[in-house]
Write a protein that binds this ligand. Sequence first.
Ligand SMILES: [Ca+2]
Length: 380
Amino acid sequence: MTVRLIGSVYADGATALGDGDDGDTFTFESAYEPFQGSNNRNLSPNGLTNIIINSDSTDPCDVRIDAQNSGRCFVITNGEVVTIEYLSMINGNGNGGDGGGVYVWLSDVLLNHFIIRDCKATNWGGGIMVGNYASAELFNGLIHGNQASQSVSKYGGGICVYLNSTMVVDSCTVAGNSHNVNGFGGGIACYGNGDVTSKNSIYWGNTANSGKQIYIYSGPDSLVLDYCCYSNDTGDVYNNGTFTVTNSSITTNPLFVTGTNGDYYLSETASKQGSDSPCLDAGSASAVSLGLDDFTTRTDSVCDVDTVNIGYHYSPPTSEPTSAYFKCVLRCTHSYVMPEPQSGEIIIWNDRGDGQGDTWLLVKDYCKGITTKIKLTQVT
Ligand SMILES: [Ca+2]
């Protein structure tokens, strides 16, 4: 087994994978991110099995595979067995086909601690498509802002499980995915004997013509929700197969709030929001037993304790906050993103959103992979 470093040793993902052997680990180095260009998209394991593709950070926000709308992030199609973890996969495009972010066909994939966002498919599975006797296990993933059916009526804005395939979705948030026109299953769709078992996960705020959150096409297709939170208003769930919901699942608004790394933290009075999300302590087991006690759903980055919270857990910042005093008046909350080539982000952020909470200066350095968080105190 060889660890192949992408950045310092290999110039790009395709070159590293082309050199690889079964059982290797391929590590994208955060100092060299984002990973863009033609050799960092449509990444294929080339028939390798039992390989790990990961990053050198425990925060998937630190290392982005950015397909720049010119191809998919990963294409896994040759009976491969692959683990992908601690990575963000963004701006993937199926370019006339399925699976904009990750395309899995006749292969087995494990995705851990990951983000798939802002990907598109012309047909099925905007974020991820798993099909043709394939299997996927998703753990602690955030799948948001993806889109299927760019031109025709197809299935699965975020996720599509298709043609004799299975998926396990644990501790994930599937939100804000959509269809452009007449699509089915904004969050997740099962079609052609697609079977999904989901635990500790959120399906909320997705849009589609039918089955906005969940779409189960016909008899052979099935989806099980256990300790999940999902929207169940009119048009949210289309079921023409088997839809099983345990008593522990809930249908109340998860109350997403925006924090340092994104828009899918959970509201919590202990972190100065106005109310507690119903997803707090509503999962199936302890946070420790699931390995999520080093991760957080809170905007103040305090890690999860006791019973696991439902949904995706962010990584806490890698540096401790320090206090500073500024002689200034803050007139608004504002985010400024540096122009390409992106090297960082400077954010002035109020952790309650209504100006009544604490205000922070966040400096995110993408080159070094660190976030510095400084509490701002107004001095008169
Ligand atoms: Ca908890």
